[in-house]
Design a protein around this ligand. Structure first.
Ligand SMILES: Cc1cc2nc3c(=O)[nH]c(=O)nc-3n(C[C@H](O)[C@H](O)[C@H](O)COP(=O)(O)O)c2cc1C
Length: 396
């Protein structure tokens, strides 16, 4: 099956669409599959391939290049060493013996380690360095930590094209070359940002500032469709990496015998009546990608959990671990839940959130089923959250 699509004279999409993949890194749900985008750029003198594909899709890339009758590739620009973009590099270098890999020096070390690429096939480029393809110039801009330390992007000023690899990407399997439904792509791109980019929010702010002076007509990422209205995704990223939070409580919870669930139901009502938005996730079967999306800009997280073997329920441990690892810009946190005879779940969860710059609000822990004093304590917690949200100007 050919997936070659002409973008414009001298530019072709030659990557693969993975309609069936449902899990990334054996962890991240892919409700809509994904794509591994590679782009062929033919200049008047030289030809470059922008990234490759996941090793399982090498045959698609090779077939696409054959269909375009590509006899020679001069440069394989490797923006990122991860295998879903560079895994087909060894095979491409074998097929095109004159091809040289172009990448940052950090990326060189990584593709030697991860993919055993011979050092003499690699040319490193500095930040701002250029390479000519004849009538097109590749300008390399180092953009570290989107989402590994070695990443860069390539700008072609003659055609105002920006190749960004994972930066601005979205896990979406689609035959659309460009964004057609902004709602769908917004959610997929936010999920992608939340799951792998969010911990590097501050560095991404700097990377965005670095791209600001460029006059960009088209952004070509390595997952999902291209952006022919670049401001759509650039503005979304600016919003996500900003320090602004929403008047919202994210409430992941789990309950074995309904006690915690009763507390959650009461608490959600208390928040809503106070004018605070809520996103509730039952961790028994929640899509962790949706939870990650909600963490991008919430002001507060409250974790609901029963006590299991003195500590929090393992599914609550997972949610707390994830929130801590993803480092959202959340400002306030608390715990609600239930126990039977002895509990240390609050202390244990608090100890797991050390990466977050949060103010911890008074937890509410009920012995067994929640009673009237527990519901009153939940109301007080809702009051406190409303007051804190008002204090930071989230609502009047
Ligand atoms: C497997 C299991 C282990 C438990 N371990 C503890 C414990 O170590 N300490 C405790 O106080 N309660 C423990 N409990 C009791 C629950 O925390 C208690 O029943 C609680 O009210 C359940 O809340 P839920 O209805 O939201 O699931 C345990 C319950 C189960 C099922």
């Amino acid at each position: 099956m050919s997936t070659v699509r002409k973008i414009q004279s001298g530019y072709y999409a030659v990557g693969a669409i993975d309609w069936d993949r449902r899990l990334f890194d054996e962890l991240i749900p892919l409700p809509d599959g994904t794509s591994y985008n590679a782009y062929l750029v033919q200049g008047s003198e030289k030809t470059a391939l922008m990234d490759t594909v996941d090793p399982a899709m090498t045959h698609v890339l090779l077939q696409n290049l054959e269909q375009l009758q590509v006899k020679k590739i001069d440069y394989v620009v490797t923006h990122h060493a991860e295998q879903d973009h560079s895994g087909a590099l060894p095979r491409i270098l074998e097929e095109y013996p004159e091809a040289i890999v172009v990448c940052t020096s950090k990326c060189r070390d990584m593709i030697i380690d991860l993919l055993a690429i011979p050092e003499d096939r690699i040319r490193t480029v500095d930040d701002g360095e250029t390479l000519s393809l004849g009538d097109k110039t590749m300008q390399f801009i180092h953009t570290p930590w989107v989402h590994w330390p070695e990443t860069m992007v390539t700008y072609i000023p003659e055609d105002r094209m920006l190749f960004t690899c994972d930066f601005f990407g979205s896990h979406l399997a689609t035959s659309d070359l460009y964004v057609t439904d902004e709602g769908i792509v917004y959610e997929a791109a936010k999920r992608y940002y939340a799951e792998i980019m969010m911990p590097f929010r501050k560095i991404i702010q700097k990377n965005l500032a670095k791209l600001q002076p460029l006059d960009i007509r088209l952004i070509a990422p390595s997952h999902g469709p291209m952006y022919d209205k670049p401001e759509f995704i650039v503005n979304a990223y600016k919003d996500w990496v900003s320090d602004a939070v929403k008047n919202e409580v994210v409430l992941p919870y789990v309950s074995m015998h309904e006690s915690t669930r009763k507390m959650v139901e009461h608490f959600v009502g208390a928040l809503i009546t106070r004018g605070i938005g809520v996103k509730q996730f039952n961790l028994a079967d929640a899509d962790i990608g949706k939870l990650a999306i909600a963490l991008v800009d919430t002001a507060t997280i409250v974790l609901g959990t029963p006590t299991v073997q003195v500590g929090p329920h393992p599914k609550a441990v997972y949610a707390a671990y994830l929130a801590n690892a993803l480092r959202p810009k959340v400002r306030f946190a608390s715990v609600i839940g239930s126990y039977g005879w002895s509990t240390k779940m609050v202390e244990q969860i608090a100890g797991m959130l050390s990466n977050l710059q949060i103010q911890v609000l008074e937890p509410v822990v009920a012995k067994g089923l929640p009673k009237s004093e527990d519901f009153q304590a939940l109301d007080r917690l809702a009051d406190q959250i409303a007051a804190k949200h008002r204090e930071i100007g989230l609502f009047m």
